[in-house]
Design a protein around this ligand. Structure first.
Ligand code: PNS
Length: 162
């Protein structure tokens, strides 16, 4: 069985992430979307909230699991016996950071962990969780960035009821 993990912060998940998830789930038999529980960052959504949002947003895709992880990605992947990491590439600006991470993970895992890049659809190339939060914090329209129920949750966090 071909399995992969798609790790990320997903704070919050965007249509760009969801497009990568759908396409990766078609390539692999099982895809685990893995939410990083990063104690050094202060996310808008707790890790439990992010896991629940992702479960709801991917409920129609049968071969998807959603869970959280902390610590090194290589250790988490080893504990799940998974050898492929999925990452999305939006533009050349992502490339340097992603290449560095992929090579570090290959080194740390002694070659056991490979990274497969999927290029983001052009229509989502501009999207990022950070810009979604910034736009929402000024009460701007994020309906083209995230599913409706996610937009509502984001606005709630900023005290708006749109
Ligand atoms: O959505 P993001 O914030 O771009 O995801 C980054 C993520 C979670 C993939 C990356 O920060 C990560 O793997 N963190 C776990 C810690 C780790 O293994 N770091 C070494 C990778 S070089």
């Amino acid at each position: 069985m071909k399995t992969a993990i798609y790790p990320g912060s997903f704070d919050p998940v965007t249509y760009g992430h969801l497009d990568i998830i759908k396409r990766a789930a078609e390539i692999f038999d099982e895809l685990t979307v893995s939410v990083l529980n990063n104690k050094q960052k202060t996310p808008l959504f707790s890790v439990e909230e992010r896991v629940n949002i992702l479960k709801e947003a991917t409920k129609d895709i049968p071969n998807i699991k959603v869970e959280s992880f902390s610590g090194l990605l290589v250790d988490y992947a080893k504990s799940r016996n998974v050898h492929v990491v999925i990452r999305g590439l939006r533009a050349i600006t992502d490339f340097e950071y992603e290449l560095q991470n992929a090579q570090t993970n290959a080194l740390l895992s002694k070659g056991a962990l490979d990274t497969v890049f999927l290029t983001t659809k052009l229509e989502y190339a501009y999207l990022s969780s950070s810009s979604v939060k910034e736009i929402a914090s000024f009460k701007g329209d994020i309906s083209m960035c995230v599913p409706e129920f996610v937009a509502k949750m984001v606005y709630d966090k900023y005290g708006y009821n749109k």
